[in-house]
Design a protein around this ligand. Sequence first.
Ligand code: MTE
Ligand code: HPA
Ligand code: MOS
Length: 757
Amino acid sequence: MKNIDSRSHVRGESIYVNDIPVRQDTLFGVVLGSPVAHGKLHDIDFSEALKMDGVEAVISAKDITGENQIGSIIQDEELFADKEVHFVGMPVALVCAKTDAIARKALAKIKLDIEELRPILTAREAYAEKKFISPSRTFKIGSTDAMWEKCEHIIEGQAEMGGQEHVYLETQGAYAYMLENGSIKIHSATQATKHVQVGASVVLGIPMHKIEVDTNRIGGGFGGKEDQATHWGTLAALATNTLKKPLKLILSRADDFVMTGKRHPYSFDFKLGLDKNLKILCYQVEAFQNAGAAADLSPAIMERTLFHGTGSYHIPNAKITCHSCRTNLAPSTAMRGFGAPQAMFALEAAIMKAAATLNVSPLEIQKRNLLQESDRFPYGQVAENCNAGKCWDTAYKKFAVEKLKKEIAAFNKNNDHSKKGLSLFPLCFGISFTKTKLNQGRSLVHIYTDGSVSITTGVVEMGQGVNTKILQAAAKTLSISPRRFTIHSTNTTRIANASPTAASTGADLNGKATIMACAALLARLKDVACRELKGRDPDKIEIKDEIVFHRGKKTSLKWEKLILLADEARVSLSEHAHYATPEVHFNKATEKGHPFAYHVYGTAVTVVTVDCLRGTYEIDLVKCVHDFGTSINLDIDIGQAEGAIVQGIGLMTIEELLVDPKGKHVYDSLSSYKVPDIYFAPKTIEVVPLDSKPDKLALLGSKAVGEPPLMYGIGTYFAILMAMREFNPKMKLPLWAPLTHQKCLLSLYEGYGEALK
Ligand code: MTE
Ligand code: HPA
Ligand code: MOS
């Protein structure tokens, strides 16, 4: 089935926040962000701004009627800076004017009196100064201390990984207006309607039932709108409530770039121990997470770093520690992979360094240590239906890795300045929110008397195709045409307390709830049909393709008639269902449990060509065997995989976030911050579904797909390193992502003279 959004997307008819027709007297808001990364805010003078024609008000911390607080996990984040500023771009004031242009002009007239303080910019600096977001945590299995002496080889080192900007096509924004009796409606570009509702409720000091949050769809979120859409929805609500006029607040790309948090940069110290057969006996890693100026989702992201510390490998003795460090960057936040890519990069870096030191292929170490059925993860869960080996072997054979190796060797022999490199990357990603309580989905299904059906769930459509999957699940359960359905906006008055659309769980949680609601409706309809057909046992009734069958025989009763009969008999045609993932639990005191419903596996083969004169590279191919379970929509799933692969490659290669010593982004726009375009993307991407079993906790056996394939991008990093080593075998391995062209060039020639000797 086609993605139900493709028609309106292509025609430009899909409705995002900025497409909602504005109401009379609507004001436009522009946010003034701090120009300074760390400082004391002594005074804001907006007298000049207020004198401008068309400026209605300037709102700041003093206008907050509730609490100046939007932290979700830890209440440590002010909506407006009050006495201090903590990062460049931290909201200080909101100018409300008749047009966006007037608001921007007025903003330039506001004078800030800030006494600058020294900013902390890296995680290691913050660690040295003991600036933490939350207590450090350690996951352990076996005993590392006792095992080091049994290791034949011990490799130690450091790795660094930079952040990543989300670059959703639709920037952050919200549109708010008053309803009656002090209620407020907020149209928000959010992945988490509930978070915006809670934020507005706390900041305005009014109960949640007075705030309605509605999200029709968003133009990409990638995690950036899980917690960080709350600011803009709350600001719009605050202004609306203060001025009693509608207010629209849409960030410009430039403001969005500076004001919103990004993927967490991480620093790592690792130590890897192997026996003489290249079995990993021991792995110890200390991760320093650059959380930025407030907690945001950092404690949860730290948790996923810990969960994925051993990647797709079985490591009998492991100790993984993570420190969440407070710095003066915009609060780092969720982004596709949620702390896992960093953990996996650190381990692959350690394996690469070991391979280089021992002069073996990294593939030998990887292959020998892959997870197997019933292996235990450091967090206590056991690998069930483990497909790690199967993905690796299938990829190896299907993509003719032996032949690729020979071709690459021949190429490298014949080319002095152009070198090819190959890598394999095995993936294992846990599906579920690591916070058990978030693993709930909800669905509200109405059948109207004409036989058409309306569905609302807690999930937000952000381009991942989740609404199409939900519609498919509902149509299959009721066995009626997909054309009978509309999936409505995500709205707090129809679905309360929704978990964010995140952790790749949207389809599983809300699709399962939808199936439950449809199944309950179907049971009632069968009763109606049974009575109508004078049968005795409703279990002998079936609906197939809109026709009622009785004892296996087709009857003349059809869907539309059946619905009318149900209404006539005063049978409810509406159902709200709630699904909670069974089996998942986790005990933070012991750091053990069964946090994931299941794992997704895969293996990526990557080949790159490096131009060793220029330090530039091209990605020849990325071919993956990926575990989709039994996909209900392979077109959507392969689209997700392809997009994630390119986003993951960007993370590892050209997307660089540098900050200057004052904490300002050096690359702060899309002309200087480079994202992969179609020319940079791999020349070939091939995603082959693994012949895999359906998982009962996945929606109709179709495994979650949103985040896992992003991590295939890690393979590109190591393919580039392999090619670079062909040119300069003595090169010091740069274990510092992203591996930009610049960095590639500089690394290639470090110690190059020596290599020539
Ligand atoms: N795909 C598109 N097109 N746009 C997005 O913003 N977000 C990703 C992924 N795929 C995203 C996307 C992220 S970070 C997650 S967690 C999942 O989609 C969320 O949706 P799901 O739970 O329905 O897979
Ligand atoms: N993944 C993504 N988002 C989240 C999670 C998670 O595990 N927990 C809370 N938000
Ligand atoms: Mo995705 S980072 O869980 O929104």
